[in-house]
Structure formats: structure tokens, C-alpha cells
Write a protein that binds this ligand. Structure first.
Ligand SMILES: Cc1cc2nc3c(=O)[nH]c(=O)nc-3n(C[C@H](O)[C@H](O)[C@H](O)COP(=O)(O)OP(=O)(O)OC[C@H]3O[C@@H](n4cnc5c(N)ncnc54)[C@H](O)[C@@H]3O)c2cc1C
Length: 481
């Protein structure tokens, strides 16, 4: 094989140049390096990137192209199907090897396995690495050798297996550039950007790409990690890291995050309680991947089979739309759904509340919510989204029991006591006195009229919390009958 044969790095959800084991391995090989990204939403079946993720992907690929250019590595964009695109590229450029970082979604595992075998048959070296997890899903088992289904013991064991280690540095810039004979596609031709003006709010909130990920991490460590343990539950405080889309697209690795937390907040006696609590959340992400890998049907099927006979209701399109658009009349639920639409994210506690209302008060199957989140979240991640929905719906293994139904009024009063979060995202309620902000329907009618609320769902919510709760509990008791 010619010494000009390139080593291909196949990028997926690892859109970074630092701490990227596949890129490091390719560069260490000595010859020219060619980077490739294959856009192939069909390979992911129903879980191809949703609208918000496509927006993110566009900007993240743009950032990666410049970061790689600085290293003297061209990034070629191709269209799928993935395997045939990669195999024909390998023949065209006479690739010597292909390296990539592993994915854990069932569809990706299938593509990788077959690709590895076909590359080997063509005489091309194929190597895969762990670039997205602190611990591989198969490296941790219970005492009897089975996968974990409960978080706390998983977390206890995982802590004994994972060390905080600095990530790999970016490779040195290349001297021997690889010149691609035929250019790939342009980023614009992938048509990832939405055609509606919706993306303005995303651009105002986020900076996709590796530089954006690291500035967010730095800011979090300096400004917010202290007080995280308490502050993380209050949606108005913005005390969480905002790293989830950066982690979902692999612009920063969990190993880099863990190392940075240790470098900043290790008091010498160990992590401070706030930092420790934050690290615990990183392990929730690990746990989600562990579950997805060992229970690959869970993106569409209940982990707890007891729920397979549960009497979910057929969604009423009007109510489902009201939930999606944040017009149910329940202030904190509407604020969350509008935050999602406007910024591509939603605070974790509010995610739990809106999911509880959908799966318990409305009694719609959690997949209706998971699919909406998939389309609208910039951090849409099959492992975390599946785990989050199944946990809240009560259908997961280590889940909030179905009969524990969140009350959005009391939750709002507890976690948004001044109503600042509601006022920010539901401007109709901006003038409502704090005492009534989470139940404006209790305002005297004259006040409702003065505030312009008459005739809106805020004087008569579309969901009756008390009766829907009773019905949900009755359905739970009789499931399987
Ligand atoms: C119904 C529902 C759906 C969800 N869908 C997603 C999703 O598609 N993608 C996603 O990344 N997270 C999802 N989550 C988990 C969680 O809400 C987000 O990870 C978190 O809000 C992201 O904000 P942050 O980065 O500021 O989190 P931080 O509090 O700063 O946490 C740091 C990191 O830890 C991880 N993490 C935090 N909480 C969780 C959790 N409960 N489960 C798994 N990992 C966690 C994330 O990677 C996060 O970036 C979902 C939760 C629920 C209840």
C-alpha cells in the first residue's frame, strides 16, 4: 500500500479534536490523515437527528472543520448509507486504516459490526475506541455478573473503577497534508438548518462546537458549581452546567469534564459536596448508556414489562398540541414547554414535571413525549432521553413509582417560589401576584379580567389535576386486569 494511503478518522458524536482517541490514533500512525463525517439519518431509523439537533450539528460541523483545518486535516462530508459511503471512500483513496469512537445505540452497533468485518475483508485496518464514556457498559456488572438496573449501586461500583485522568491533548498540526481527489459535499448542501425563524432563540442561547463547550465548562466551574447541590433544583437560578448538548455531540468528553472538576474543586481531602453531586449526574449519563446497551429495546419498549398492559389513553390531538406548545394553563408546565421551544433545552426538574403531566395526568404513553423532546431538544440523546422518560413515567427499572404523581402547583411553589421562571417564559402571567403565580385560576374574576387572563387556559386549565390524578391511580391499580 502506498505511503500516501490515508488513515481515515470517522467522526460521529465526537465532534472535537482534544481527547479524541480515534483522532489521536490516526495521527500517531505517521501517514496522512483524512477526517470524514457521513450524514445518514436513515441509518438511525426513527431516531435520526431531530430539528434542534440538526441545527446544532450544522454549527458543530462548521466548528470542527476549522479546528481540523488548523491541524492540517481535511474534513470530508459525505451522504449515507454509512457503510457503502465509507467502503467506497476507502477504495477510492486506498485507505490504510479507519478509526472511530464507539457509539452505543442499537442501530450504530449494528452498522459498526458489519463495517468492521467488511473493512477487514478489504484489507483495511479498522479500530474503535471509547471516546464518550467514563466506563464501557460491559466493564461494570453486579456481583452476579448481570447488568445494573438500579442507579445507586451502579454509582457506588462505578466510582471504584473510574479515575479522574486528564484527556488526550489535540494532535500536533500535520506536515504531510492529504489532498482529497474529489471534494465532499458542502455543509449547506446537507440542509440541516431549519427553514423557519425558530433557530434565533437557539443561536442566542448556545455556541455549538468545542470552543463553546470549553468556555461553558470553565464558566460553570468558576461561577456555578459552588452551590450546585441545592441550586440545581431551581429552574430560575441557572446553576447547572448547560453541558448536555456539548456532551451529546461529543464536543467535550466526560473524561475532560471529570478531570476539570477535580482540578478545580478537589480540596485535597476529595471533592467538595457540590462537586461530588455534579459528578454524580455525570454518572447518571453513564447509567443511561449502561441501560441502553444492555436493554436495547428500551427506546420504544418499557423496561419494566409490568407496564406492557397499562391502559394508556389515545392522545387527544388538541390536548397533545397544548402540551407541546405550552398552552395547558398549568404555569410551570407551560413555562417549561416554551423554554424548550425557545432555547432547545429545559431545566431537569421541569422536564420531570412536564413528563409526569403527560404520562400520569394525561395518561399518554411516554413515547409521545420522548418523540417531541427528540425533535426539540438540542441535547437529544437516545440513552438519556429514554432513561429520563422511562424514569418519570415509572416504567423504568429504577424509576419514580407510577403512583408518585408530581403536582405542578406545589412543585412550582417550592422550586420557583417567586415565579421568576414562569414569568420569563409565560409573559401573559408576568403581572400576576406571586401568591397566585402557580394557580392564577384562584385570582378573583375581576383581577383575572384586569390582567387580561379572562378566557385563557390560566383561568380554566385544560387538565384537571385532581380528577386526572385519581383516574391515573385507578388505572395503575387495575393494570393487567
Ligand atoms: C423526561 C426527561 C428527558 C431527558 N432527556 C435528555 C436528553 O435527551 N439528553 C440529555 O442529555 N439529558 C436528558 N435528560 C436529563 C437531564 O434533564 C439533562 O441532562 C440536564 O437537564 C442537562 O442540563 P445540564 O447539562 O445543565 O445538567 P447538569 O446538572 O449540569 O449535569 C451535568 C451532566 O450530567 C448529565 N445528566 C444530568 N442529569 C442527568 C439525568 N437525569 N440523566 C442522565 N444524565 C444526566 C448530563 O450529561 C449533563 O450535561 C432528560 C431528563 C428527563 C426527566
Amino acid at each position: 500500500m502506498s505511503t500516501r494511503s490515508p488513515h481515515i478518522v470517522w467522526f460521529r458524536r465526537d465532534l472535537r479534536v482534544r481527547d479524541n482517541p480515534a483522532l489521536t490514533a490516526a495521527c500517531a500512525d505517521g501517514g496522512p490523515v483524512l477526517a470524514v463525517y457521513v450524514h445518514s439519518p436513515r441509518d438511525a431509523g426513527p431516531w435520526g437527528p431531530g430539528g434542534a439537533s440538526r441545527w446544532w450539528l450544522h454549527h458543530s460541523l462548521a466548528a470542527l472543520t476549522s479546528d481540523l483545518n488548523r491541524l492540517g486535516i481535511p474534513l470530508l462530508l459525505l451522504r449515507g448509507p454509512t457503510r457503502s459511503a465509507l467502503l467506497s471512500l476507502c477504495s477510492r483513496v486506498q485507505a490504510r486504516a479507519v478509526s472511530w469512537n464507539r457509539r452505543y445505540e442499537p442501530g450504530s452497533i449494528e452498522v459498526d459490526k458489519r463495517l468492521k468485518a467488511q473493512l477487514a475483508a478489504q484489507g483495511v485496518v479498522a479500530q474503535s475506541f471509547n471516546g464518550s464514556l467514563l466506563i464501557e457498559p460491559w466493564q461494570i456488572t453486579t456481583g452476579v455478573g448481570s447488568p445494573y438496573r438500579v442507579f445507586t449501586p451502579f454509582w457506588r461500583k462505578a466510582q471504584t473503577l473510574v479515575q479522574a485522568e486528564p484527556g488526550l491533548p489535540a494532535p500536533e498540526p500535520r506536515r504531510n497534508h492529504f489532498v482529497v481527489d474529489a471534494p465532499g459535499l458542502t455543509l449547506e448542501s446537507l440542509k440541516l438548518l431549519p427553514r423557519i425563524p425558530w433557530a434565533g432563540g437557539l443561536a442566542a442561547t448556545w455556541q455549538p462546537g468545542e470552543a463553546g463547550a470549553h468556555s461553558r465548562l470553565e464558566r460553570f466551574l468558576v461561577e456555578s458549581i459552588q452551590g450546585y447541590r441545592e441550586g440545581r433544583d431551581y429552574p430560575q437560578k441557572q446553576s447547572t452546567s448547560g453541558l448536555s448538548p456539548h456532551l451529546a455531540f461529543g464536543e467535550v468528553s466526560p473524561r475532560q469534564v471529570l478531570a476539570a472538576v477535580h482540578a478545580h474543586w478537589n480540596s485535597g481531602m476529595g471533592l467538595t459536596p457540590d462537586a461530588d453531586f455534579f459528578v454524580r449526574e455525570l454518572f447518571w449519563r453513564e447509567f443511561s448508556y449502561h441501560l441502553l446497551f444492555h436493554f436495547p429495546n428500551t427506546p420504544t419498549e418499557n423496561l419494566n414489562a409490568d407496564f406492557d398492559t397499562f391502559a394508556w389513553r389515545q392522545p387527544d390531538p388538541v390536548l397533545l398540541k397544548a402540551w407541546q406548545q405550552g398552552r395547558t394553563g398549568l404555569p410551570i408546565v407551560d413555562a417549561g414547554m416554551r423554554e424548550l421551544w425557545k432555547t432547545g433545552t429545559m431545566h431537569n426538574r421541569v422536564r420531570m414535571l412536564v413528563a409526569s403531566v403527560l404520562t400520569k395526568n394525561l395518561r399518554y404513553h411516554w413515547l409521545h413525549g420522548a418523540r417531541w423532546f427528540w425533535d426539540t431538544l438540542v441535547d437529544a440523546d437516545l440513552a438519556n432521553n429514554t432513561q429520563g422518560w422511562q424514569w418519570t413515567a415509572g416504567t423504568g427499572a429504577d424509576a419514580a413509582p407510577y403512583f408518585r404523581i408530581f403536582n405542578p402547583v406545589t412543585q412550582g411553589e417550592r422550586f420557583d417560589p417567586e415565579g421568576g421562571y414562569v414569568r420569563r417564559f409565560v409573559p401573559e402571567l408576568a403581572e400576576v401576584p406571586t401568591r397566585f403565580i402557580h394557580q392564577p385560576w384562584l385570582l378573583p374574576p375581576a383581577e383575572q379580567a384586569r390582567l387580561g387572563l379572562a378566557g385563557t387556559p390560566y383561568v380554566r386549565p385544560l387538565i384537571d389535576l385532581a380528577s386526572s390524578r385519581t383516574e391515573a391511580l385507578a388505572a395503575y391499580k387495575t393494570r393487567g386486569d
